[in-house]
Design a protein. Structure first.
Length: 194
């Protein structure tokens, strides 16, 4: 009953879609596909690739503080911050994947990693929609529903990238294009529910 009642709240559904859309690009990169992409597709050394993955984490910590301060002062910035993070992530992924010659310059990979660091903080915005939309006794359920969003998107993308890499002979451009499909789906739902 609590799941049904929590789901009936528009804020819970908006929270799920914000979390879905913002979290997964960084998770896919950090959990599994970032290291092979940077080494195999971009020709970086293991050390350099590891440094870029560390940069995503450091950026995540710094941007978490920034996003928190901005949202704490102005609640109205939640949707623009979430959609801005999605847009910047898509723009930079597109630039990296479309770069002529296949190897993106280090400044572009670094910028991508800095922006991917914003995905985690942006995903927390989802909870800021779900919790206040539910009474105290359902906030845990609403948070659980919201939290499922990013992990469903992450697991779906992790699997799809792997399947596409196998099917295309390790064509990372095609495999990582799945990021755009899920971002488009999630963005359409955020815009519908806001």
């Amino acid at each position: 009953r609590q799941i049904r009642e929590s789901w009936s709240e528009p804020g819970t559904r908006l929270g799920l879609w914000v979390h879905f859309t913002t979290q997964f690009p960084a998770m896919v990169f950090l959990l599994l596909w970032g290291m092979p992409f940077l080494i195999e597709a971009q020709g970086l050394t293991r050390t350099t690739a590891g440094g870029l993955l560390t940069l995503v984490v450091a950026s995540n910590m710094a941007l978490g503080l920034v996003y928190g301060q901005i949202i704490g002062r102005r609640q109205s910035t939640r949707i623009p911050l979430a959609l801005g993070t999605v847009g910047l992530t898509a723009l930079l992924w597109g630039a990296v994947l479309a770069h002529p010659g296949g190897h993106a310059p280090m400044w572009l990979l670094t910028t991508l990693c800095l922006v991917l660091g914003g995905c985690g903080p942006a995903s927390m915005i989802g909870f800021d929609f779900a919790r206040p939309a539910n009474p105290a006794e359902r906030q845990g359920t609403a948070s659980g529903i919201t939290n499922m969003g990013g992990f469903i998107a992450s697991m779906t993308t992790l699997l799809t990238v792997g399947v596409l890499l196998d099917a295309t002979g390790d064509d990372y451009r095609i495999a990582f294009s799945t990021v755009f499909v899920l971002q488009a789906l999630g963005t359409s739902q955020i815009l519908r529910l806001r």
